[in-house]
Design a protein around this ligand. Structure first.
Ligand code: ACM
Length: 388
């Protein structure tokens, strides 16, 4: 007789703590996809049941809850993590138990675990394009500011390397603020930015502090249209928290923005809002969390099982028509072929898409082995009118 038991999957995103806003969007994208999968008959007739805990943004709690999900809740697959420090805390657990983590967040690259599928951008899919665009349009004298943990340290190192290759490229400063930074932590920094007058600022500040940086930047009177903050993480979720006056003119590199005009994207956004209201702002991490859950369901439908050894071969190489366009899991490095884009916040608080990759997308190169801008920067330039 066919197995009709429910399939328990782990959902490990924080709905409290400094990254609650963005991680809540990832959790709800996962629940949204699970609802759609169940409404369409589940996986081979079996219902998908999420097991959720709130690790509050604390790496040790991600580790403890991952262990609990696997040991006590009999979960084989976990969808989870935003901050790289939390992913690194979960990896030893999924490796020890031979389970799988699907990770829907842009990160610093230079990592491989056979027990992780990485569905957010690697540096050759966001940083390379951002460095190229910013140095062409604004200049190569850069001021770096980040939160105090691994993703900002490593992303700043990579961005610095890109910038220093450009003629006239110069790093004016590299500063860090605590993850639980307060408004006053940014006062001296924005004064220093104003005094040093970089061509642009590269921010790897995450979580609640993002709003504080952009607010302090506006308050001290730096003109975002002349000296924007460029980021890999500041997205619709943070922009909704900071308000339009503060966000307009700043630039983000990501495979997905709500403003992608396709019918596929706009219809999905409408379904999401109808079900979950307007409180959650879809964004790049929301989209990756959404497509990776559907990707898992398709792979499991084919595999007939979610145990690691049975499922993995059906995930590797799998293609999917995501909201950003076609994506595929690279079998050699477990990262995802994605569709790099650059967005600039307009006066309505939406991202105007100012550049995007060819529809074939960009293969992940998490170790930056193929060190040629040519291959990474296949950006198609939209009409000049969009540039400004
Ligand atoms: C991050 O920590 N990967 C945003």
């Amino acid at each position: 007789m066919a197995n009709s038991d429910p399939i328990h999957v782990g959902v490990l995103f924080s709905t409290s703590g400094t990254t609650a806003t963005i991680e809540r969007s990832q959790a709800f994208a996962t629940f949204f996809a699970i609802g759609e999968i169940n409404a369409a008959g589940g996986i081979n007739g079996r219902e998908l049941v999420p097991i959720y805990y709130d690790p509050q943004g604390i790496p040790k709690q991600y580790q403890a809850f991952a262990e609990r999900m696997i040991r006590d809740d009999c979960v084989n697959v976990i969808f989870g993590c935003y901050m790289s420090s939390t992913r690194k805390a979960v990896i030893p657990v999924v490796e020890k138990w031979r389970r799988l983590l699907l990770y829907p967040t842009p990160y610093e690259g230079f990592e491989f675990s056979p027990h992780v599928i990485y569905t957010g951008a690697a540096p050759n899919q966001n940083s390379a394009q951002l460095a190229d665009y910013m140095t062409r349009h604004y200049g190569a004298r850069i001021y770096l500011i980040g939160s105090d943990y691994i993703y900002p340290y490593e992303s700043n190192r990579i961005m610095s390397d890109f910038i220093l290759e450009v003629p006239g490229g110069k790093k004016l400063a590299e500063r860090y603020v605590p993850l639980d930074a307060s408004e006053k932590d940014f006062i001296g920094i924005v004064k220093d930015i104003k005094a040093k007058a970089p061509d642009f600022v590269f921010s790897t500040v995450v979580g609640k502090a993002t709003r504080m940086l952009y607010q302090a930047y506006a308050d001290i009177g730096i003109d975002a249209s002349k000296t924007p903050i460029a980021s890999l993480t500041t997205c619709e979720a943070e922009i909704a928290e900071m308000g339009l006056r503060i966000a307009a003119g700043h630039i983000t590199s990501a495979p997905y923005f709500q403003s992608i005009a396709s019918e596929h994207n706009q219809a999905c956004l409408a379904r999401f809002h109808q079900q979950f209201g307007e409180e959650i702002e879809p964004n790049m991490c929301w989209e990756a969390a959404y497509f990776q859950t559907h990707l898992f369901a398709e792979a499991m439908r084919e595999a007939g099982d979610d145990a690691y050894d049975a499922l993995l071969p059906h995930l590797l190489g799998r293609e999917y028509h995501a909201l950003q366009g076609k994506i595929a899991i690279n079998p050699a490095n477990h990262h995802t072929r994605l569709n790099p884009r650059l967005g600039r916040v307009n006066q309505e608080g939406n991202f105007d898409i100012i550049a995007e990759s060819a529809p074939s997308g960009v293969e992940p190169d998490p170790y930056l082995v193929t060190h040629t801008g040519e291959e990474w920067n296949l950006l198609q330039r939209p009409p000049e009118a969009l540039y400004g």
